[in-house]
Design a protein around this ligand. Sequence first.
Ligand SMILES: Nc1nc2c(ncn2[C@@H]2O[C@H](COP(=O)(O)OP(=O)(O)OP(=O)(O)O)[C@@H](O)[C@H]2O)c(=O)[nH]1
Ligand SMILES: [Mg+2]
Ligand SMILES: [Zn+2]
Length: 299
Amino acid sequence: MPQGLIVAAFGRHFTLETHDGVRLQAHVRGKRSEAVVGDRVLWNTTQTGGETQAVIESVEPRRNLMHRQDLMRTKSFAANLDQVLMLVASQPLFSESQLTRAMVAAKSAQIELVIVLNKTDLPDAPLARERLKPYATMGMPLVELSIQHAREESLKRLSPLLQGRTTLLLGASGTGKSSLVNLLVPQAQSRVGELSQALQAGRHTTTHTLWHWLDQGRTGAIIDSPGFQEFGLQQVPAADLARHMQDFQPHLGGCRFSNCQHRQEPDCAITAAVTAGLISPQRHRIYLEILDELQTRRW
Ligand SMILES: Nc1nc2c(ncn2[C@@H]2O[C@H](COP(=O)(O)OP(=O)(O)OP(=O)(O)O)[C@@H](O)[C@H]2O)c(=O)[nH]1
Ligand SMILES: [Mg+2]
Ligand SMILES: [Zn+2]
C-alpha cells in the first residue's frame, strides 16, 4: 500500500500528498477520524460511482502529537513535529496563561517550543517584552519579529530556525501566523485577517490546519493553524504539571513533602523561590489556575 502525508484536515476529509508530491482528496475508512496533519498514512483507492477516491486505511505510529484537551473535547493540532512556534503579539497584549498552556502541552508531548513575539512595530511592544522577561530568564528561545514592517529582517531571523524541520505555528487569532506563512511561502496566499474585524467579530481567519513546504526539496515545512482561545490541558496528570513548568524544574525535589502541590505547604521550595524572586508570581498564579482545573476534572 502506498504511503502518504496528511497536509490538510477538514473534519473527516483530508488532503493527502503522495510520494511524488501529488495532492489527493481522501477520507478515512470507518467512523473514527484519527488522522491529523503531519500524519504518515497508508492509503488505497476505491471506486465510488465511477469516481476514483483515496481512502486512508491506517495511520503510521506517531513520533509525537501536539494537542489540547478541554473538558468536552480533544483538539489535535498536528503530529510528527520538530518544533512549535508559539506566536504572541503586543497588541492586543498576549495572555500569559495561554502562552504557559502551550508551553506545558509542548513539554508534555516532548516537543520543543520557540516563543515568537510579533508586531514589535506597535507602541505596546515594550510591555510585551516586559511580560516575556521571565521566559527569557528561564531559558526559553525567543525571537522578535515585525512581519508586516520588517519583512527582510523577519525572514533572516526565521529561516535558519525552520530549515529542514517541521514546524507548527500556534497562537491566538490575529497574532500573524498566516502572515508568517505568506512571508515564507509567497505562493501559499493564505488569507490574512483584518485585525479590527477579526477581533470585533471574534472571528478566526484561518479555519483549517494546513501544511506548507518551505523548499522544493520538501525538507522543511510550516503548518498554519486556526487561532485558539481556550487551551485545556486535561491530558496532563495534575501531579506532572509542576515538572512541565520550566522555571519550577530547578527547585523541584526541595520541598518538605514529596507530594507537595506548591500551594501553601510549609517548606515549599517553589513558593520559597517565588518569594526570593526566582520564579515570577505570575507564573505561580497560572500554575495554580491550571492545577485547580486539572484537579476538578470530571473523570
Ligand atoms: N502591526 C503589525 N500587524 C501585523 C504584523 N503581522 C501581521 N499583522 C496583521 O495582523 C492581522 C492578523 O494577521 P493574520 O496573519 O491573519 O493572523 P493569524 O494568526 O493567522 O490569525 P487567525 O488565522 O485568525 O488565527 C493582519 O491584519 C496582519 O496584517 C506585524 O508585524 N505588525
Ligand atoms: Mg491565520
Ligand atoms: Zn512545594
